[in-house]
Design a binder for this molecule. Sequence first.
Ligand code: WTA
Length: 646
Amino acid sequence: MSTEKVYPVPAEVASRALIDEAKYKEMYKRSIEDPEGFWAEQANEFMTWFKPFGKVMDYDLKKGHIRFFEGGKTNVSYNCLDRHLETRGDQTAIIFEGDDPNVDAKITYRELHEQVSRLGSAMRDLGIKKGERVCIYMPMIPEAAVAMLACARIGAIHSVVFGGFSPDALKDRIQDSECCAVITADFGKRGGKSVPLRANVDKALASCPSVRNVITVKHVGEEIPWVDGRDVWYHEITAAASADCPPEEMDSEDPLFILYTSGSTGKPKGVLHSTGGYNLFTAITHKYIFDYQEGDVYWCTADVGWVTGHSYIVYGPLTNGATTLMFEGVPSYPDVSRFWQVIDKHQVTIFYTAPTAIRAVMGQGNGPVEKTSRKSLRLLGTVGEPINPEAWEWYYHIVGEERCPIVDTWWQTETGGILITPLPGATALKPGSATLPFFGVNPKVLDTEGKEIDGPCEGILAFDTPWPSMMRTVYGDHDRFISTYFATYPGYYFCGDGCRRDEDGYYWITGRVDDVINVSGHRMGTAEVESALVLHEAVAEAAVVGYPHDIKGQGIYAYVTLMTGVEGTDELKKELNKLVRSEIGPIASLDVIQFAPGLPKTRSGKIMRRILRKIAASEVDALGDTSTLADPSVVSDLIDHCPVLK
Ligand code: WTA
């Protein structure tokens, strides 16, 4: 595509940015030619080490063996808090903007340090030890960040579970990593509605014997049931605990957190990230990609339940001594101007959100944006899914008034931090392209046989060298780590995304090549949705695919075969939807259910999902070869009854 638009770096952006084009090229070259020298230097610049590290990096991707800064001792909460006290103790660390626009708060580095220390001490008083797992199931309130940092401080491994997940999904995650405690809130607030977090925890814990304590933040203040011996109030234990909580000296490779994410098959995997490499990479990417400078007010709209919240609300920004905004609400409450009102209210300079949110507010027209000022903004970012050029242009022209570069950042839960992205002062932008690799990142494009392709091409995105924040294992299942990521193309990390590389070396992510779907930036395995559907007694078989959706990016399309004699009614559709929502959570709402007497299968019984995807996407002229189907007539029936076929 040579007709694509290019937006060069404006001279004034380049001159004030931390990195311009020449510096990017020079640093990138060095980072690839001498990764050990480069990362050693950066690790000493961005972090404080209690004890210097020995070997900078050590890896063997075939074995899933990845190590950075071994022998070095540090603590992520120390890097995020203690070392800033002298120079920026009174600076705001977290700006909290509540769901209710009249509720907000500012927390300084000194206050945050005290809160984290008190909670860390209280957790130690409860007997929580280094290496034990603690589940965090919280609304987007500062206590969520405090809880993460307190775990990091005492060396407990946190596992944050998104507050939108159901009790069942929460239970699975707590059981898988045998958490010893849960930190939660009585209720969350989103769009004016209460979310019964604590009640969900109680349901989940009916079958989680590993949990000894539940720490509850009184956030909304309504009555909740109490289990003596198990339950403690956050405000009571932190008030009683010492404000002096010496940080645990962690090995660089000690685990920092587990975060569950969906794959092509089976249950969600516990992605494990470790200490030193993760801390460095989130800090350096945050600083250079968002061009973070003193005085900036930075806002990432993600939820801490996702990796974006971990890396770019909490760990990256705080390591850099930044001011980071946490927003409890949703873009449409009280009205669709909310994002821009918050930007004006707190004079946000850097704004990072998801394409799905941009498309949703774009659908409401320019009015709600244009009635706000947004003069404070100087940089915009996106993450989570490919951004369509139309949404990119709207974001650029209307929201950013052509003044703010957009960093379209490609990465994953597994990568820990951003790998492919523009740097605002260095990279000419092309709408829809994540552009170029970050320092130390060396992308390869493979053909389906796993052979590297050079130059402009299209294929599978892969990496043959690690970067510091690469995941280290699947918690409790190293074999699954190897089989999922390193077995498909031996010697490479297989990320599951396809991509195109153009004549300028720019990368265009074309989406997942596996059975993972991305619904409103939420990642889901089609297998998880199918397992939920077949729990219903009326369902014989189900096949789930993603299909293009104007706002969500992808919607969920379920083909369901019912038991003989069962009638496919609207009532049953509602029941199935309810079942999936209760098994997984509201994010897994089905957009389309098609009752199908038969599914397209090969003679060996394998469902040909390719065909189901094409029908759902209204691409019935491109079904490809259907001659290997056991019963080709199934396809015409599916097409005849497809409710969305255009
Ligand atoms: C997709 C979110 C295109 C991709 C940080 C990836 C993107 C998956 C982009 C990871 C982007 C993320 N352009 N696609 N800028 N960013 N993706 O683990 O398919 O929730 O594999 O991490 O989101 O989703 P995850």
